[in-house]
Design a protein around this ligand. Structure first.
Ligand code: AMP
Ligand code: MG
Length: 406
């Protein structure tokens, strides 16, 4: 058996970020910037008012008070979207709305709450300091300034900032296209009646779902029979269409594992036994430059293998930086005895329910049966508790967890 870190290092060494492309902001959510982006324009593009009120000269209001308000002549109005070229002179004011361009000559905004109008005049009952309630040009971003560096994953707020800075399209790493192939003569599609010996294919649904959840473009490559020709044809076709392929099944010690033979021929696979439970067997290789992840067939194992091995590799292909490839380890308290274990030299990834307790810490308890064929507890689990070799963790003890749905 090899340590998980060794298997992960092999995967990451073979997964290269895809070439950068210009993508419309509308399609860029979740993608990673391939290069630093600089602002095309100042944000805001012009000095403007932060409040509704009157653009004034602060000096005119130096002695203003509720008892003796300053009287200014209102010479115009500037709404948001107007050009705003109404020069303000001594004793004058311009009515101005939030976001409207700030007029020349004025140097502050008297907010509407401190004013009262009287015919063509406005009476202001408080002094203002010069610059009050003015948003200067370029306060947020100056034209030519770096907006975000390469490697930033674009969230909704990032898209808004890039839009405001006039950067659309943006240079990103396109999301990898990832094929999913199930293997096995026992597998059938759909909800029709089962013949003796048959089971319904669950891994493909799960893996396609995980890929989509993680922002990859998932391609269904179907079910390959335990037949060399069928497996070969589907893998070759998949390698044409996809940037990476996930297979499930046929990587353990069974007798009819034609997957092994074909993968060896096509993809020069490395067959690994990883010191983890579940998901010990794992195979990895490449058809040309298309990485092939040979995940185990047992449903829980295929999901855990995806989380620990495929997801980091695919995230690297999607341009995520090294420190953002793996899920963070978070401390948690074991509320039951489910993290006690037998000593078999393998790190356990125990499926647990996790919730923040009144003490502000995560608390975990078992999500159900821990055999690698029992998908239900994995489906409802919030986290995997990482329990290293040894006696495990007593109730009340501390463990590290990987949150599956952060
Ligand atoms: P294998 O590694 O092909 O021997 O498969 C190990 C176990 O996982 C067997 O019980 C298979 O029936 C099961 N299995 C393999 N592929 C799938 C799948 N796509 N969906 C559900 N179970 C599967
Ligand atoms: Mg099989």
């Amino acid at each position: 058996m090899i340590p998980l870190e060794e298997a992960q290092a092999r995967v990451l060494a073979a997964c290269r970020p895809k070439a950068s492309a210009a993508v419309a902001l509308d399609d860029a959510l979740g993608l990673v910037l391939a290069e630093a982006v600089v602002a095309a324009d100042n944000v805001p593009p012009f000095a403007n008012s932060a409040m509704d009120g009157f653009a004034v000269r602060a000096g005119d209001l130096a002695d203003a008070s509720a008892a003796r308000p300053a009287r200014l002549r209102v010479i115009g109005t500037i709404a948001a979207g107007a050009p705003g070229l109404i020069p303000v002179g001594d004793g004058q004011a311009v009515r101005i709305m939030t976001g409207a361009p700030f007029p020349p000559g004025a140097d502050a905004v008297a907010i509407v709450e401190t004013t009262r109008t009287e015919g063509d005049d406005v009476l202001v009952s408080e002094p203002v300091v010069a610059g009050a309630h003015i948003r200067p040009v370029g306060e947020d971003l100056a034209a030519g300034q770096e907006v975000f560096p390469a490697g930033v994953a674009l969230g909704a707020g990032h898209l808004g900032v890039l839009a405001s800075a006039g950067r659309d399209p943006v240079p990103v790493v396109p999301s990898p296209v990832v094929g999913v192939l199930s293997t096995g003569d026992e597998l059938v599609e759909g909800s029709g009646p089962l013949q003796p010996g048959q089971i319904r294919d669950s891994n493909r649904r799960t893996l396609l779902g995980l890929l989509r959840r993680d922002g990859f473009r998932a391609v269904d490559l179907g079910i390959a029979r335990d037949d060399e020709g069928d497996i070969r044809r589907r893998l070759e076709e998949g390698a044409q269409r996809c940037d990476a392929i996930l297979t499930s099944g046929g990587v353990s010690m069974g007798d009819f594992d034609f997957v092994k033979k074909v993968l060896d021929d096509l993809a020069a696979m490395a067959w690994m036994q990883i010191a983890i439970r579940p998901a010990k067997p794992f195979a990895f290789g490449a058809i040309g430059d298309v990485p092939i992840f040979g995940l185990p067939g047992n449903p829980v194992s295929s999901m855990v293998s995806y989380e620990l091995l495929a997801r980091p590799g695919l995230r690297r292909m999607a341009g995520h930086p090294d420190q953002a490839l793996h899920r963070p380890l978070i401390p948690a308290v074991a509320d039951d005895g489910s993290l006690r274990r037998r000593a078999d030299g393998r790190t356990n990834y125990t499926r647990v329910l996790a919730a923040v307790g009144p003490d502000g810490r995560y608390h975990v308890r078992t999500a159900g049966g821990q055999a690698s064929n029992l998908l239900w507890p994995m489906a409802v689990a919030d986290a995997l508790a990482v329990v290293p070799p040894g006696p495990g963790v007593e109730a009340g003890g501390e463990a590290s967890i990987l949150l599956l749905h952060p």
